[in-house]
Design a binder for this molecule. Structure first.
Ligand code: HEC
Length: 112
């Protein structure tokens, strides 16, 4: 019985994470795609695969919330990314989406 509960709660967590990633992709397509690619095509901002590989999800959240106060800390000499009018939920979802792009990173997390 206890095992069943654990399995069910794990399944629910996985499902809701998957939902966040799907929502996050929509946020990306509506707000970021004009500057950030996901297929290494380039753009004004870095490809999200590179961001996924280099950054922790929490830091990505911080950056999206306030690019103009974070850019120095992230190693940029100027700031061209605007502060976008996103809800906290949308910021979390798009960060989840960015985090999911590196399949190796996703695999590493299962090894913890
Ligand atoms: C107008 C173009 C533009 C849009 C739209 C934009 N960005 Fe950016 N982004 C940039 C640029 C340029 C940088 C490099 C630093 C800077 O200028 O702030 C950047 C940097 C970043 C970084 C830090 C990169 C690093 O070094 O790790 C993150 C994270 C990021 N963007 C996420 C997003 C997300 C998520 C969205 C959509 C919700 C978005 N950006 C929309 C242009 C944009």
């Amino acid at each position: 019985m206890r095992n069943l509960k654990t399995v069910l709660s794990l399944l629910l967590t996985t499902l809701s994470l998957q939902a966040n990633i799907e929502e996050g992709k929509d946020v990306y397509l509506q707000n970021c795609v004009m500057c950030h690619s996901t297929t290494m095509k380039g753009g004004m901002g870095r490809d999200f695969n590179l961001i996924s590989y280099n950054r922790h999800k929490e830091d990505v959240v911080k950056y999206i919330r306030a690019p103009s106060s974070m850019f120095r800390e992230f190693g940029y000499s100027s700031n061209a990314m605007p502060t976008l009018p996103l809800s906290e939920e949308e910021i979390k979802d798009v960060s989840e989406y960015i985090d999911s792009l590196q399949t190796f990173k996703v695999w590493m997390k299962t090894k913890k």
